[in-house]
Design a binder for this molecule. Structure first.
Ligand code: 4AD
Ligand code: MG
Length: 450
């Protein structure tokens, strides 16, 4: 059985007869020995393999260059060298796949832009290996958080006929490009989902607390460092819950994830601290210990107006807060994460519950330094007549939403939820500045490689 490098490195004792496989990171040869650093992707650190010139397979050592794949049989022994406690004394070594001279990953550092152009090879670098282990670890933490709180995981559909956010940013799904929607595969126009929320609400209005975690798609043509056309979203939905409870859960969720990253990063955090964001660990620790500030939208606008700062996008009550405003509020005003709530009705989707002031809805956004909006949610409008009026106001085709209105007809309950952008969470916990660098294969306007 193959041993993983991460387990070998953590071994409590020496061991005979281990087997490992991986890709060569570096190799240097002396007269009697070769020293190879082997990485199998299980941890940031590779393991040193000492290859005696007399062992089986040694004759091919000259071909075991950076990037080649090899299998090693040997013993785990205490290392003579500095910086590592264990190394492998090889008994037999096999070359599995050699690598021609044009292997694009060399020892020198590469730019993120270059690495995006070889996204099929970038997980073999230290930084992106760490990134994608972190992504996996964080997904697991998401499921653990909800599982520990008795939320039911619901798989909401990817193909849908309803536009949850009402922003008209949907990708069409068709097998009959030129034909009429009635003649198309589903007998009506169908799209890739922008959010699992509406379907999630139906399950919350039966199972109480649910969440979805899946891919979502947006055809918004905004070529920014924080938007992708395909991204993953986590959306909890809770029956018998109001805005207050929603904000509590969102903040607790974020703290749980950050704490999990601090506790279980397998050494990967060190590379982000070293090469991406020197203050990373301190920032994460602060989020866990100090928590979130809260402020209404109205107060946030007042604070921005009073700041005396000239923003690119002018501030007045009623505007959609832009990234520059969100970042100013977190980075300069509260100096940490911030939840803003009760936004103007005019800038938010139809499903948010109207407040009594007639101007605002029970929306909330969680903003964090460096990233801006990381989560957004609301209490939902559970009153049939008000919801129907809001849908008409937003000119939705009610025929597509009769099931959604039915929830308000048959045993309606107050309920609330939010959506957390998984890539934005990853950007926050690693300090990476571009969404393209936290998703295996980024889909952005004009880019659908791999
Ligand atoms: O604020 P949004 O649009 O909210 C919804 O979709 C609600 N239906 C969620 C709910 O209440 N269940 O999106 C939620 C989050 C944002 O805060 C952001 O983190 C992320 O999804 N997001 C994106 N991430 C990457 N690329 C994009 N184009 C994104 N659009 C939204
Ligand atoms: Mg939002």
């Amino acid at each position: 059985m193959r041993d993983l490098v991460k387990h070998l490195l953590k071994s409590e004792q020496a061991a005979e007869g281990v087997e490992l496989s991986g890709w060569v990171r570096t190799r240097r040869d002396s007269k009697e020995f070769s020293f190879m650093e082997l990485n199998d992707g299980s941890s940031l650190q590779g393991i040193q393999v000492v290859i005696d010139a007399g062992i089986s397979g040694y004759e091919l050592v000259g071909k075991m260059n950076t990037g080649a794949s090899v299998r090693v049989f040997g013993d785990l022994v205490a290392s003579q060298g500095k910086g590592q406690s264990w190394e492998i004394l090889a008994r037999k070594i096999e070359l599995l796949g050699e690598v021609p001279e044009d292997f694009p990953l060399q020892k020198k550092g590469h730019t993120p832009e270059f690495l995006r152009s070889i996204a099929h090879l970038r997980p073999r670098t230290n930084l992106y290996g760490a990134m994608f282990r972190m992504r996996s670890r964080l997904s697991y933490a998401v499921h653990r958080f909800f599982n520990e709180r008795d939320f039911t995981y619901v798989h909401t559909p990817i193909i849908t006929a309803s536009d949850c956010e009402g922003a008209g940013e949907m990708f069409r799904v068709t097998t009959n490009e030129a034909g009429k929607p009635e003649e198309d595969f589903f007998g009506k126009a169908a799209y890739l989902t922008v959010s699992g929320q509406l379907e999630g609400e139906t399950y919350a209005c039966a199972l109480s607390n649910i969440y979805t975690f899946g891919p979502t798609f947006r055809a918004e043509n905004s070529n920014t460092t924080r938007h992708a056309a395909e991204f993953w979203m986590i959306e909890p939905e809770m029956a018998f819950c109001d805005l207050e409870g929603d904000m509590d859960l969102a903040e607790e969720f974020m703290q749980f994830l950050v704490e999990d990253v601090l506790d279980h990063h397998e050494g990967d955090l060190t590379i982000f601290e070293k090469f991406v964001d020197k203050g990373l660990r301190a920032r994460l620790e602060k989020l866990v210990s100090s928590g979130f500030a809260r402020m209404s939208y109205t107060e946030a606008v007042e604070r921005l107006e009073k700041s005396g700062k000239s923003f690119e996008y002018p501030v007045e009550w009623g505007i959609n807060l832009q990234s520059e405003h969100e970042r100013y509020l977190c980075e300069e005003v509260v100096k940490g994460p911030l939840t803003v709530y009760n936004y103007p009705k005019s800038i938010k989707p139809f499903y948010m519950r109207a407040n009594d002031d007639g101007k605002t809805v029970t929306a909330m956004d969680v903003l964090v330094p460096g990233v801006g909006e990381i989560m957004g949610g609301s209490q939902r409008e559970e009153r049939y007549d008000l919801l129907k009026a809001a849908m008409e106001h937003h000119e939705l085709d009610l025929a597509n939403y009769d099931w959604y209105l039915d929830l308000r007809k048959y045993g309606t309950v107050p309920h609330a939820g939010f959506g957390a952008g998984f890539e934005r969470l990853l950007m926050y916990v690693t300090g990476m500045q571009n969404i393209r660098d936290v998703i295996p294969f980024a889909r952005t306007p004009g880019n659908c490689e791999f």
